[in-house]
Design a protein around this ligand. Sequence first.
Ligand code: GLC
Length: 532
Amino acid sequence: MSSHDDSYLSAGTGRPWWADAVVYQVYPRSFADSDGDGTGDLNGLRERLPYLASLGVDAIWLTPFYPSPLVDGGYDVSDYTDVDPRFGTLGGFDAIVATARKHGIRVIVDLVPNHCSSEHPLFKQALAAGPGSAEREMFIFREGRGPDGAKPPNNWPSNFGGSAWTRVSDGQWYLHLFDSGQPDWNWRNPKVAAMFEDIIRFWLDRGVAGLRVDVAHGIFKDPDLADAPTTVRSVVPSGYYHRPETRELYRTWRAILDSYPADVFPGPRTAVGEVWYDTYDTLRPYLAPDGLPQVFNFELVTAEWDAAGIRAAIDATLSLSGGSRAPWVIGNHDVVRPVTRWGSDAARAAALLLLALPGSAYIYQGEELGLPEVLDIPDAARQDPAFRRTKGKIRGRDGCRVPLPWESGGASFGFSRTDRGDSPAAPWLPQPAGWGEFSVETELEDLDSFLRMYQTALRLRREHPALGAGAMRWLNTAGGALVFARDPGFVFAANLAAAPLRLPPHQEVILASGPLRENGSLPRDTAVWLQV
Ligand code: GLC
């Protein structure tokens, strides 16, 4: 397996390291705060790398830490090649890459090509230069409709509510598929493409192993900017999503990734696209052999906890690409946490499913602790622009971004550390009173905790020859059963139905998400890994 040694290809298999990597998603603002200001930072992450090494992950993906007004948690970038002072410095970033490497952990950074921040110098220059200028051509400015141009140029909706257009003082409108603080780049302007090639090289030259590409289904817009058939937000192919030009662009990025030497650490570079899709036909073209190396499959994020639906989703993903090119994920910083979506027992079983499926898997910070979604964040503390733009109709994503609990008690449950002996500032999002119950400290002491289960699963995944990339075959597809085999000698079984499930013949239960019944059968919402 790829992890914790210095190999560049998964040992002896000829596959790139990313084909079976377990990648841990770090949301730096909420991971660990080293200077007591209530905001997580890169030093906090560096200090906690031993924790991630003991968890047993192969790589970390850092969501944006670039200079930003943080209108959308950093996905509003005002400088693509620096670190926001609240998060640290470029030197601090380099220290993460270097320290992670000592633990055999690779680093992936977030690339946000669809839009920047309205504080980006190029957007400010575009505003100042006025209509018709070359500066405005970096973005998508248009005249409005109606007699005095007071209506937006088309009916496209912002993902965060309201129109995707905002009017500026000289009367023109600019496009933003997200918040008004996130103007969309004009990808038909070759200067934009050239600038992003430089940005990609900047981070690859600093030693990163790959990129996570934000809104990878967006980027190009239909030049006609015609009205969409509906103003309801959706991910069907449209004037603003899944444009064929995007695939051309990814060919050029793939060539850049492949131009870095594959035979020295961190090995073949990857990029994983965030592509939200309606049907597999929409997703398929992104998996062209010369496209981005990887594209998330969000099947287990959108699935109900229902055996037939999950089986169908797994089959479809595997027939499209295999789980190496379309890694598995059950949560991220944009969706309700699995424990709250499915229940705690089901989330434990889902974790064992995630890590037993063929290919690569992503874990979002806090999943390994079984953190629930925080549902009762006071309105005044909410930060998600979707909450603000819809006047609370969309509650937003703050509930899965609450700072991690490291200790059972104390100020901010160990999230903020300070050497000064004084008490840290309150965390940027409030933590619930019982958060200490989910802390790393508490869970390490409890052999049955989520954390202990994840640690064991990741260790077994590295050791067991059947796990990681490869094939699987269903053994039992009846009712609530999810039972599949992987060779050599491994069977996964989960029971999603009320009636207990008899386990297939096996030598040993090597890991269970919860207690089995006395007769050895599998209760509802429980999964096991079997040696057969
Ligand atoms: C992606 C990010 C999300 C962000 C949006 C706009 O979906 O994951 O957090 O709000 O893009 O950048």
